[in-house]
Design a protein around this ligand. Structure first.
Ligand SMILES: CC(C)(COP(=O)(O)OP(=O)(O)OC[C@H]1O[C@@H](n2cnc3c(N)ncnc32)[C@H](O)[C@@H]1OP(=O)(O)O)[C@@H](O)C(=O)NCCC(=O)NCCS
Length: 179
């Protein structure tokens, strides 16, 4: 299993606790991208939705669906999550940070650390996949910085807040790390 507690140069990563809902609500509010691009963030969300999100994160099986609250100076400022498939041979990554902290490389830092750990802990892991709204340019840039390749676009693959969205698919193979 991946460690519950991780530390990068600037961030601490740890499991969510029920008292994190207020911080989650605050980072969801900080940027329209959360509501616009993420199906898990409801339209016109409330603090109760943030509580539901935290409860869901806590309830996920950490072997199959590990997730971490990103902590900076004692506040939860984002999330990074993995979802393993096919006996840990493939996984899907998701991430995000508070709007006030964008552009400082924090999402890339958290995601990079978790990716390295996942390849280390699971020798059978060959591929990490990310799917992002094709208009989410900041997220696409994060993936490019991490070495992911754009593999294609799934047209009208997500129905988000009343709108069909195209999703860009990105992949990072274990072999990409050495090339
Ligand atoms: C997408 C998101 C995770 C990026 O987080 P971040 O911490 O700002 O990411 P980083 O600082 O590591 O990198 C962002 C990159 O995108 C670039 N960028 C940001 N906005 C951009 C824009 N409108 N056009 C082009 N590039 C943009 C930044 O310049 C930076 O690239 P650089 O390091 O080469 O300068 C953040 O905006 C977010 O949390 N959004 C809401 C949740 C979300 O959409 N998550 C992704 C779901 S797939």
């Amino acid at each position: 299993m991946l460690p519950e507690l991780l530390e990068t140069a600037r961030l601490a990563l740890r499991p969510f606790t029920t008292s994190d809902a207020r911080d989650v609500y605050s980072y969801w509010q900080s940027d329209s991208g959360w509501e616009r691009f993420n199906a898990i963030v409801p339209f016109d969300f409330t603090e109760t939705d943030a509580q539901r999100f935290v409860t869901e994160m806590i309830g996920r099986n950490r072997e199959e669906h590990p997730n971490w609250a990103i902590v900076l100076q004692h506040s939860v400022v984002g999330v990074v999550s993995l979802s393993f498939e096919q006996d840990h041979r493939v996984c899907v990554i998701g991430y995000g940070v508070h709007g006030d902290l964008r552009g400082r490389g924090l999402s890339a830092e958290a995601a990079q650390f978790v990716i390295e750990k996942a390849f280390e802990v699971y020798p059978q892991l060959q591929r990490i996949r990310a799917q992002t709204d094709s208009e989410n340019v900041a997220s696409i840039r994060v993936l490019e910085k991490l070495g992911f390749l754009h593999e294609g676009t799934l047209r009208a693959n997500q129905f988000v807040k009343g709108d069909w969205r195209d999703e860009a698919v990105f992949g990072l193979l274990r072999s990409d790390l050495s090339s």
